[in-house]
Every structure is written in C-alpha cells, then in structure tokens.
Design a protein around this ligand. Structure first.
Ligand SMILES: [Fe+2]
Length: 371
C-alpha cells in the first residue's frame, strides 16, 4: 500500500509519497488538467472549455485519497475530479515529453558488436521493431540486414516505421558516383563526418541508408557518436563546450529551386543541460562576422570539437555489404565515408529521411500496444 499524504496549502496541493518525495501542484494546473468527462471530449480526450476562463485565484476546497488510490479534489468553482496518484507522480517527475525513449550509451572505436536486425523479422514481428527503435535510442543507430538488392527495398524498411520525409529532392535518393555531379556525395571523394542538411527546418531527423553495391576499393562507412564526442569535450574542454553551446553559426544551401537556411549551435542543450542535438557540416556552415572576441571562442571550440570528431578514438568504420542498411539519428550521429576507386568497382547506396516525430511516435505506439 502506497504511503500517500495530502496537504492543501495556500499555494496548492502538496502530495507526499512517504518520506522520500513530495511535490506541490498549482491549483489552476490541477483544475485545467481535470480528466472529468464533462470537461473533455469523450472520444478524443481534448479539453473543451478554455483553460484561460478559469479564475486565476481558483482554490482547492478539499482533497482526499479514495479506496482506489485516486486523489479526489473539490475546487472553489464547484468542480470535482479525480487524479490517479501515479499520473501525478509521473507529471511531477517529467515536465517535457521524451523524443525517442531509452537511456543513451556512448560508444567509440571498437564498438562492433552492435545488434543486427533482419528485415523479415521487422516486417513480421512488431516487437522486433520496438527492439530496433530501442537500439536506435541507445546507440543512435541500428544495423539491418536482409534487404533485397533492388530499388524498392529501402521503402520496405521504412514501412516498418513510418512515412518518408519529402524534400525538394524528393524522398529516395541515390548516392553513387555519377557524371556531372551537383553534390560531393555523387563523387568518389571521401566525405568527412557531418550531419545532413542542418540548413533545413526541421533538419532530417533520421537517415535510412541501404547498400545496393559496394565492391570498389574503399568506400567504407564512417560513423561518430556526436553525443559521445560532445560529452568528451564537456569533460576535457569546458570552455570550448560552453562556446559551442552558446554561439550559433548559420547553415545554408542554395540551388535553382531552393534557398535553405537555418542556424543553431554545434552542441544544443535541452532545459536540463543535456545534449539534445549536434551539428557539424563543413560544406554548409556559414559563420556570421561576430565580434573577434566571440569568434575567438567559437573557432577555438570548433577546432577542439573537430579534433575529437576526426580522432580514431571516436570513429567506427565499417564496409556495408549489399542488402545491409543503417538507420541513424541525424541529430546525434555524424556520418561520412572513405574515398573509393571507381576503376575497381562501384559503390551505390540509397537513402531517405524520416522525421523525428514519425520515429518516436511509432516507438510510443508500440510501447502502448505491446505493453
Ligand atoms: Fe551525408
């Protein structure tokens, strides 16, 4: 039996969970979060009355715990409602929604025993999809194998998660060496670790990439755990970390049909001070002419960040085989490749993007539906 104790105070309702935890809830917060049937659409659950119509000085007249463990409240406007104690505890402890749910584990060189999933398992067993999304949350990437060597296989993988993001370039895109390339990805050059399209708003959340052919010398895939690198920078160079979390460069890409611009720090923190996104894109970064003092700090920090991103210590290198795919978090993982020799073979990848809410929604629905 939970040891719950309630105390109506002038500032709100104090709820005690034994001696170990207590939380003070504002009376208006409780009133506007009423789940009473008359207060919500019965099917949708959406609040119907305007929350701003409640008097700002609304008070709690009485509070008690019933036999079901619910908190029964009576308000000064005559409304009464119940709150499950667990719901109050959950809301007290977590003020913001999760993105993808799961504790993060940082990795670096030598991390080669990551989980692998079979596409047919993902297609036939939703618990495997949930497991794969948990792996994505944990490590920032997922390895999938068993895709058909054809142009439609990547969509089959996406269909396990949700709809593809469409941009001005369409949805699916080929990454291979072609004549008259309009982007460095379409050459045989090496690509240094980077995040994709930080100039878009929103930037692509997740990248799905399939290998169709990879028999040229070179062409190895490179991945770097940007959160792990940011964590290392925070510990080894706090001044650099501070500069990169507070000074924001711009990112820009322009072509005939599109002018795409956004800005943001190379290391972005959430309200709790945790890293929630990293950016690094040498090809598209445009630093504004800020004061020399500010740019001194930014350039020193960026150099130290880059030294870690490019270090062997943080680099995972692997050569994808036809039928392989990687899914990775474009807000966490920097990706690149080594150069390849087109006189020895071909390298052909296909990729597409999924939005962050598409992926996190799929995970949350599976957690709800599969218990
Ligand atoms: Fe890229």
């Amino acid at each position: 039996m939970l040891d719950i104790h309630l105390d109506v105070q002038p500032r709100g309702l104090m709820v005690y969970w034994g001696q170990s935890y207590h939380y003070l809830f504002h009376p208006l917060w409780l009133r506007e979060n009423s789940m009473d049937a008359e207060y919500r659409d019965e099917n949708i659950g959406a609040r119907i009355p305007q929350a701003t119509d409640h008097p700002l000085d609304i008070a709690i007249d009485s509070a008690q715990i019933d036999s079901n463990g619910n908190v029964n409240l009576m308000f000064s406007d005559g409304h009464s409602c119940d709150f499950p104690v667990k719901m109050l505890r959950d809301r007290a402890e977590q003020h913001r929604p999760d993105d993808l749910i799961g504790a993060k584990v940082f990795w670096g060189r030598g991390f080669d025993d990551y989980p692998t999933y079979e596409l047919t398992d993902l297609q036939n067993d939703e618990s495997r999809v949930l497991s794969a999304l948990g792996t994505l949350a944990k490590y920032g990437f997922v390895h999938v194998q068993g895709l058909a060597i054809d142009a439609h296989a990547l969509k089959s993988l996406c269909d396990c998660v949700g709809p593809m993001r469409e941009t001005n370039w369409g949805t699916l895109a080929d990454v291979r060496n072609i004549p008259n390339p309009y982007d460095l990805t379409m050459t045989a050059r090496s690509l240094a670790p980077h995040a994709d399209n930080p100039y878009r708003l929103p930037a692509p959340g997740y990248i799905f990439m399939q290998c169709l052919r990879n028999n040229a010398d070179g062409g190895e895939s490179i991945m770097v755990d940007g959160f792990g690198v940011a964590d290392a920078l925070r510990k080894s160079a706090p001044e650099a970390f501070d500069a990169l979390t507070t000074i924001a460069p711009n990112f820009r890409h322009a072509e005939d049909s599109a002018i795409l611009e956004d800005s943001g720090p190379l290391i972005e923190l959430n309200e709790a001070g945790d890293v929630q996104r990293v950016r690094f894109s040498n090809r598209t970064e445009q630093v504004p002419p800020l004061s020399p003092t500010t740019l001194d700090r930014y350039y020193r920090g960026r150099k130290q960040f880059a030294d870690l991103i490019f270090s062997d210590e943080h680099t995972l290198t692997t050569k994808l085989q036809p039928g392989d795919a990687f899914i990775w978090d474009n807000y966490r993982i920097f990706h690149g490749r080594t150069a390849f020799d087109i006189t020895t073979g071909d390298r052909h990848m296909r990729h597409c993007y999924l939005d962050r809410d598409t992926v996190s929604s799929r995970q949350k629905c599976l957690m709800r539906d599969l218990g």
